[in-house]
Design a protein around this ligand. Sequence first.
Ligand code: M6R
Length: 611
Amino acid sequence: MCGITAGISTSDVTGTLLEGLKRLEYRGYDSAGLALLNDKGEILRKRSTGRVATLEEEVSKDKELRGNVGIAHTRWATHGKPTENNAHPHICNETVGLVHNGIIENHESLRASQEKLGYRFTSNTDTEVIVHQVHHNLELYDDLFSALQQTVKELEGAYSLAVISNLEPGNLVVARQGSPLVIGLCEGENYIASDVSALISKTRNFIFLEEGDVARITVDDVDIVDVNGNYVERKVHQSKLSSDSVELGEYRHYMLKEIYEQPTAVSDTLEGRLSGNHLLAATFGHEADEIFNTINSVQIIACGTSYHAGLVAKYWLEGLAGVAASVEVASEFRYRSHVVPENCLVITISQSGETADTLAALKYAKEIGFKHSLCICNVAESSLTRESDMVLLTHAGPEIGVASTKAFTTQLIALMQVVIALGQRNALTNELEERIVRELRSLPVKISEALELDAKITKIAEKFANKKHALFLGRGTHYPIAMEGALKLKEISYIHAEAYPAGELKHGPLALIDEEVPVIAVAPNNELLEKLKSNIQEVRARGGELIVFADPGTGCKQEDGLTVIEVAPVDDIIAPIIFTIPLQLLAYRVALIKGTDVDKPRNLAKSVTVE
Ligand code: M6R
């Protein structure tokens, strides 16, 4: 989703802004632009559709395009097509330049009143009304900072904004409501960006703006007012993110790198949380003990892959811990009435911690009476961690590929830690806790073994080259794993893929089966095996081409139309984590054959910061 960088310095900021945009590319975008205030007091702008590299090339050709104050942007189209005219920055009357991430819901009414005032529009975006409104308010108020404070009062929706004006060359003003924005503090210069990764090569010192904050940034100072217009001090955080962790290294794609990082990511997510065969009580922070003692049910809220992790956790919470659990996608949860159970813990799950729907659903949950919240998140310095009572971090390291991989497996690890903590107070026996912890500890090695299937999977990926549809089947905890496999395949190879609980086949989807629809089944060796085998036979009898990822103990044998890929035997408790790995590899290998943009699939964004 849109990315912002901006800065103010005693020297040219162009390189830093472009470098920051490149580091934000993973968020997803379809056009890019920047505007600089030069020493003649002119706002100069360059915009282009496509990649930041194209913008960079055009900027390098224009020697005039330099400045000590500037704003830059990658746009993920919402209102208006991805054209150069719609790309940011937007400029009003050669006086005010602005970039925006988010959606302005009252843009139509603002546009109507601005047209009456004589403002002319050059784009189809919702954003352009903001730049005109700032310009209008700059005529009414004394300065840019006041003009932006007034403007945000008139906006409905979500935004992070960075604004410059040639009337105030010494100021960069910014605001945040519902979309992320961080200020990176440097010596003799300051920058802002959508996230820390964009500025990590410049500084480790960051201020995270809070909801409703508006700030004025100069080369050596930052003034912030809160939502009520009062001057406030915001804490300076030291980021621990390392700049190498966002480099591609020897890998062809971030997705592949991130798949192969899973043994380390998982062991990092376990580190410091286990002692002997037990989970350490301190894992969730000092307030958790008191809260967990009161909890008797759980409401999980998340989107996409994170939602699938939540679905697995429901089976675990009810089956292992004896705690009732509901799971709902955030965009549904936030728009319906609920019967709020007493003593129910809201758990949000998010890799980025910036997903607009998940953030809004958490806010709504608190409003309607859910008293306690825990977030499972991969970004320590994110909005979600700041909005939650308790935080359990997944230590997956930065995930750049749009298709979530190591974030998912580490979310499952973190969720299993929740299962143990709540289970200790409910149905989990000591023996079962010991078994779970033993299995968790074995995961890095077992995931490495599962990664060795890559060569076999590369061969079977050929079968998908000309296919338009695929069906994924699983039962129990492996039904959400089948859903995750289908999501991976569809988002990076553009093959239409659906997942079904295998028992549902005969209630409809069986009608789809023929030799053109490959069926992928996950077959761990558990109590549902015989049922799953019958479902597999139902597919075979209808001429469907089957690929089964199976524990060797299942006795599934390769035959005509049935490819079996053996996955090393594992305890049923951790099987969903292990069976995820071949499905991620399958999606990756199929996407390679299809030649898609694996890390940045069309139409998708990494961090979905709009509704
Ligand atoms: O950052 P989040 O975990 O909140 O993101 C949620 C989804 O947007 C995300 O998982 C999405 O479904 C991925 N592209 C899936 O690979």
